[in-house]
Design a protein around this ligand. Structure first.
Ligand SMILES: Cc1ncc(C[n+]2csc(CCOP(=O)(O)OP(=O)(O)O)c2C)c(N)n1
Ligand SMILES: [Mg+2]
Length: 541
């Protein structure tokens, strides 16, 4: 056995989930060893796709994903996806060949590159410590919730390895600090709040039961950040997403809160509309593993350090039942106005183009409810986020921490691998779709029964709506029509072009079966004006 094989075997023995990558000479043996160790390997067509697939897979499966890349350009290609993962604190392990000779074409400072984007850089430097390095990389990924680059120098990879490579998984210390005295103060606040609202973020995705039980006692209404969308689905007190995507009702009720408790949620400008969703008179409490979150964005009056589920459990023992914000009248309002599709709008479809709201509502009606929705970035992104419902927090994958366009399709692939029981839905703009389109071949090759919806306005709409109103020339951000349906058929997809509500019949036909090929919905959308959430967002640029 050589070191490369020992590294792959050792990582497999740690219990990682699936691996994603593009294989070259520098990661050939390590990838094959992962496979020999029982790890599923998905060949992507671009390392950027592989990184995002692994990120989405990890978010939706809860298992550590692996990225495997060739030295040099393999890693630089992966960087945007790795940045997204690092910013989102996704526990990922990136295996990269490394050319340590400065004269090599493939040589770059890989450790510096990783550090620059917020990942942790490690290196296997000898046969003797290869296995312990792997175990340490795994530990840092899981325990510290970091994206870890494990550099594998080519000469070290080729060295003979003696000894067992099947490590015991490292003992992962609990990342959960014990519950602290500030819990008593939060219990007191919950005991006097008239209108408490809970906003759950990424750090609360595992804690629905505990949060709902506590909210029932305290009479709190329930909302989430966009990444945790779906967490409280089915609760009569679920306001859905707080922030730019919030319904008018959710915005009104969150603004009306006298106590906002953010659970594993930073309360950033997106979740709070630049702070305006939190009333100046409201007390703000943050419960977070990382005390650094207490003072960022909308600062907390009280910070509670700890795991969301454990803190909520501890509080449930302290809080006496009270009505809080809840009343039969309010429940009726949530039922009647709680979803975007309940908000009246004027359908602007016409002239061979469909209103993106009508499109999204139509898809929501047609697609099976057991779905997992992935969203790219751009002006269009609120339409599927707001009008296409998801069954729970495992039904929504939102890789938006780096605000990169072009990640949506790969996100849907990683999510689909994590949740083969669900229909994967990728919602993309034409710009993001064409940027990430290489992975359409991956969707077809893997036989994923995916629906890919492209909201095509023949433009970088976000830029058009940002600069157009000021009279700037828009030639750099507008494009001639592209036949995306034909391109998709070329990849082996089924495709329908939608230029009005009637064309959605083609989607219904595909849903009826046999769904043996993915479906690309090329929707020519109306684009007279920008979206309202984008106008809000531009205030931050
Ligand atoms: C990698 C990357 N390049 C450029 C940008 C700047 N940008 C933000 S939105 C956008 C336009 C996206 O166009 P499209 O996917 O068609 O969506 P639309 O805004 O038209 O709905 C661009 C270029 C970015 N966020 N990420
Ligand atoms: Mg566009």
């Amino acid at each position: 056995m050589i070191v490369a094989e020992a590294v792959g075997r050792a990582l497999a023995a740690c219990g990682v989930g699936a691996a994603f990558g593009v294989v070259g000479s520098g990661n050939f043996h390590v990838t094959n060893a992962l496979v020999a160790g029982g790890v599923r390997f998905v060949a992507a067509r671009h390392e950027g796709g592989a990184a995002t697939m692994a990120d989405a897979y990890t978010r939706m499966s809860g298992r550590v994903g692996v990225v495997s890349v060739h030295q040099g350009p393999g890693l630089t290609n992966a960087l945007t996806g790795l940045t997204e993962a690092a910013k989102s604190r996704t526990p990922l392990i990136v295996l990269a060949g490394e050319a340590t000779e400065a004269q090599s074409n493939f040589h770059i400072d890989q450790a510096a590159l990783a550090t620059a984007v917020g990942a942790v850089a490690m290196r296997v430097t000898s046969a003797e410590e290869a296995v312990s390095r792997v175990a340490e990389a795994y530990r840092v990924a899981v325990e510290e919730r970091r994206t870890v680059l494990l550099n594998l120098p080519l000469d070290v990879q080729a060295a003979p390895f003696e000894g067992p490579a099947d490590v015991m998984p490292p003992a992962i210390a609990s990342a959960v600090p014990s519950v602290v005295p500030s819990v008593a103060e939060l219990a007191r606040l919950l005991g006097v709040a008239e209108r408490p609202v809970f906003i759950a973020g990424r750090g609360a995705r595992h804690a629905r039961r505990e949060l709902e039980e506590l909210a029932d006692l305290a009479g709190a209404l329930l909302a989430t950040s966009a990444v945790a969308k779906g967490l409280f689905r089915g609760s009569p007190w679920d306001l859905d997403v707080s922030g730019g995507f919030a319904t008018p009702l959710a915005a009104e009720l969150i603004r009306g809160a006298d106590l906002v408790v953010a659970w594993g949620c930073a309360l950033n400008m997106w979740t709070t509309r630049h702070g305006t969703l939190v009333s100046p008179g409201a007390k703000v409490v943050k419960v977070d593993l990382d005390p650094a979150a207490f003072k960022t964005h909308v600062p907390a009056d009280l910070g509670v350090a700890g795991d969301v589920a454990r803190v909520a459990e501890a509080l449930a023992a302290e809080v006496a039942p009270r009505p809080g914000y809840r009343s039969p009248e309010l429940a009726a309002r949530v039922r009647a106005e709680g979803r975007w599709r309940d908000v009246p709008y004027e359908d602007e479809s016409g002239g061979g183009r469909i209103d993106p709201r009508t499109l999204s509502i139509g898809l929501d009606d047609l697609l099976p409810r057991e779905r997992i929705v992935a969203i790219d970035s751009g002006n269009f992104m609120g339409y599927p986020s707001m009008f296409v419902d998801v069954p729970d927090e495992g039904g929504f994958c939102f890789t938006q921490a780096f605000q990169s366009i072009g990640l949506g399709l790969a996100t849907a692939i990683g999510a689909a691998i994590a949740r083969p029981d669900r229909l994967p839905v990728a919602a993309l703009g034409d710009g993001g779709a064409l940027m990430g389109i290489a992975e359409l071949e991956t969707v077809v090759r893997l036989g994923l029964p995916m629906v890919i919806v492209v909201y095509d306005d023949e433009a970088y709409g976000a830029e058009v709506h940002h600069f157009g109103p000021h009279g700037h020339p828009l030639g750099t951000v507008t494009f001639p029509p592209a036949d995306l349906a034909a391109i998709a058929r070329g990849y082996g997809c089924a495709a329908v072009t939608v230029g009005g509500p009637g064309d959605l019949a083609g989607v219904a036909e595909w849903v009826d079966g046999p769904r043996d090929r993915p479906l690309l919905v090329h929707a020519k959308v109306t684009a007279e004006h920008g979206s309202w959430w984008l106008e809000e967002a531009f205030k931050g640029h």
